[in-house]
Design a protein around this ligand. Structure first.
Ligand code: FMN
Length: 194
C-alpha cells in the first residue's frame, strides 16, 4: 500500500485546521496571489470558472461587517437552538468578539449568479485555497456567518460585490498563533459495492 504519511499533499490535508487565532503579521500580496492561483485550479462544471475574488484588508470594513452580522446570527441561532451552537452563541454575545477573529485579511470568493454550478465550483476553489495557504504556513477559516452581509446593500457596495455575483465563500487568512488541536474526524461509513 502507498505510504501516504510521506506524501506532502496528504500531510497538508491531514494537518490543515480552521484557525481562529492569528498573529498581527500581514499576509503578503504575493502569497494571496499564489493561494488564488491554487484556488482556480479547481474543477468547475462545464469548465466555466465562475468566480471572482475580493481581497479585503480594511479592518474597519471587516469590523462593520462583523457588527452587522452578529445580531442577526444571535437571533438566527437562538431561534434554531441546535445543540453544539451554545459556545458560538455565547461568543457572539460578547461585544469584543469579531466574527473574523481579527484576521488580517478576508477573501471573498464570489460566484457568478448565472453559472450552472457556481456554489459547488467556488466551494472546490475554497478548499484548494485553504490547503495551499496551509502549505505556505498560512492559516484560514471559512466564515459562513459573513455571508449574511448580502442582506446589506451598503456593505455589499463597500465590499465591491457586483450584482451579478453572490458571496459563496468568505475566507479569512493569516499567520496562526498557537495551534489548537485538530478536530477529530469520525470513522466514515464506507459501502463497497462490487
Ligand atoms: C460552509 C462553512 C461555514 C463555516 N462557517 C464558520 C463560521 O462562520 N465561523 C467559524 O468559526 N467557522 C466556520 N466554519 C469552520 C468550521 O467550523 C470547521 O471547518 C469545522 O469545525 C471543522 O474544523 P476544521 O476546519 O478545523 O477541520 C465553516 C466551515 C464551512 C465549511
Amino acid at each position: 500500500m502507498t505510504d501516504t504519511e510521506s506524501i506532502e499533499i496528504f500531510s497538508v490535508i491531514r494537518e490543515r485546521r480552521s484557525i481562529r487565532n492569528y498573529t498581527n503579521r500581514d499576509v503578503p500580496d504575493e502569497a494571496l496571489r499564489a493561494i488564488i492561483a491554487a484556488g482556480i485550479q479547481a474543477p468547475t462544471a462545464l469548465g466555466l470558472q465562475p468566480w471572482q475574488f475580493v481581497i479585503v484588508k480594511d479592518r474597519d470594513l471587516m469590523q462593520r461587517v462583523s457588527d452587522y452580522c452578529k445580531p442577526i446570527l444571535v437571533e438566527k441561532i437562538g431561534e434554531e437552538a441546535r445543540s453544539g451552537t451554545e459556545e458560538f452563541l455565547a461568543a457572539l454575545k460578547n461585544p469584543g468578539f469579531n466574527i473574523f477573529y481579527n484576521a488580517p485579511v478576508l477573501v471573498l470568493i464570489l460566484g457568478a449568479r448565472e453559472a450552472v454550478s457556481s456554489i459547488l465550483d467556488c466551494t472546490l476553489c475554497a478548499e484548494n485555497m485553504m490547503l495551499a495557504a496551509w502549505a505556505l504556513g498560512i492559516g484560514s477559516c471559512w466564515i459562513g456567518s459573513a455571508a449574511l452581509v448580502q442582506q446589506n446593500p451598503d456593505l455589499l457596495a463597500a465590499l465591491k460585490v457586483p450584482d451579478d455575483h453572490q458571496i459563496v465563500a468568505p475566507l479569512i487568512f493569516g499567520y496562526p498563533g498557537p495551534l489548537s488541536p485538530k478536530a477529530v474526524r469520525r470513522e466514515p461509513r464506507i459501502t463497497w459495492v462490487s
